[in-house]
Design a protein around this ligand. Structure first.
Ligand SMILES: NC(=O)c1ccc[n+]([C@@H]2O[C@H](COP(=O)([O-])OP(=O)(O)OC[C@H]3O[C@@H](n4cnc5c(N)ncnc54)[C@H](OP(=O)(O)O)[C@@H]3O)[C@@H](O)[C@H]2O)c1
Length: 324
């Protein structure tokens, strides 16, 4: 099979399309023919090997997992013995988590991994784009923020893949949503459910008069000390971006009943919980309550261009890599 591989950290030029052996499914495994996968901001970080936590996951000197990509959609090509939940031909969406490997034409997954049937009303690429951000935004808002109806929620990076999902999910949970994005993306963010939009290029959200129950920074462009100025007493600051300060702020604020800071690692949760979330996300997509935001699509042989675009930090929703 063909796959996008890398063997050293660096810019998009370290990626190349190679022939890789295809392994047949073993006991409890399914082999998926991948139709499309996402090229995410996390893939770009793992390719660069920067910031430093990337190397804790991938290898200190060189990457130990040559194929990037975690979210994918495709069709079951073959099943191993004792597989009961899926049959050949099933259309699935999935996430391989820290084993990566989705930027390839085929992937092996455990049948009890993070896999779900794609609802008939949604196309595979649309379901893929919806799942990319929602698999992160859902645990952040629901578990990290204990989101409830009527809460005021601020989503920073509201036009990215996590942000577009966070705006839609917060609205689904009955919150009043403010999105922070640039002026060009304001209409999109409003159409996803934000009642208000703040243009980060001309306004500073920490200087506004509104107070929030949850501030969810999906792109790591703010800090807890700044954001707490507009956080309600007892409010929660959530960030996707790992840093030493956020770990210390989380430790110290967790002991207080006041404002708290939290980081979650959505991709490292138990596969059973993530699979349950993925089924829930598929149900919402089937009902039309979550819609896809697709930035662009690239064929496998343009993997470097896809990474270069993600590196720019301005994609709107998901970048899709087409594999078949
Ligand atoms: N902790 C976890 O569990 C977890 C899970 C998944 C992802 N992540 C991390 O989460 C981060 C975000 O992922 P993503 O895929 O959502 O990113 P993304 O799609 O690449 O985000 C790009 C978007 O962010 C906007 N943006 C950039 N700077 C901004 C700013 N200062 N204020 C507001 N918006 C800004 C851009 O809009 P403009 O073009 O208008 O600037 C663009 O639309 C990544 O670093 C990823 O590694 C963490």
């Amino acid at each position: 099979m063909r796959a996008a591989c890398y063997h050293r950290y660096g810019g998009p030029e370290v990626l190349q399309v190679e022939d890789v052996d295809l392994t047949q499914p073993g006991t409890g495994e399914v082999l998926l023919r991948i139709e499309a996968a996402v090229v995410s901001a996390t893939d770009a970080i793992m390719r660069r090997g920067r910031p430093w936590p990337a190397r804790m996951a991938m290898g200190l000197i060189r990457p130990g997992k040559p194929i990037l990509g975690t979210e994918f959609c495709g069709t079951v090509e073959a099943v191993g013995s004792k597989v009961e939940r899926f049959i050949k031909g099933d259309r699935l969406v999935g996430a391989s988590g820290d084993s990566f490997g989705a930027h390839a034409q085929f992937i092996l997954q455990k049948e009890d991994g993070v896999l779900a049937q794609i609802p008939p009303a949604v196309s595979p690429a649309e379901m893929l784009a919806i799942s990319e951000g929602a698999l992160t935004a859902l645990p952040f808002l629901r578990d990290g923020g204990s989101i409830r109806r009527g809460m005021q929620v601020l989503v920073i990076g509201a036009s990215g893949s996590v942000g577009t999902a966070a705006v839609q999910l917060a609205e689904h949970f009955g919150a009043v949503v403010t999105g922070v994005c640039s002026a060009g993306n304001a209409e999109l963010v409003k159409s996803l459910g934000a009642s208000h939009v703040i243009d980060y290029r001309s306004e500073d959200f920490t200087k506004g008069s509104e107070r929030y129950d949850i501030i969810f920074d999906t792109v790591g462009s703010s800090s807890f000390p700044q954001a707490r100025k507009v956080l309600k007493p007892g409010g929660v600051y959530l960030t996707t971006m790992l840093s030493l300060p956020i770990l210390l702020q989380m430790l110290f604020s967790s002991r207080s009943r006041g404002q708290r800071a939290k980081i979650l690692f959505a991709g490292m949760r138990e596969p059973k919980l993530r699979a349950k979330d993925l089924r829930y996300i598929c149900d919402l997509a089937a009902k039309g309550e979550l819609r896809p935001v697709i930035d662009s699509r690239y064929p496998l042989n343009e993997i470097r261009r896809a990474h270069g675009h993600v590196d720019g930090g301005h994609k709107v929703g998901s970048v899709i890599l087409e594999l078949h």
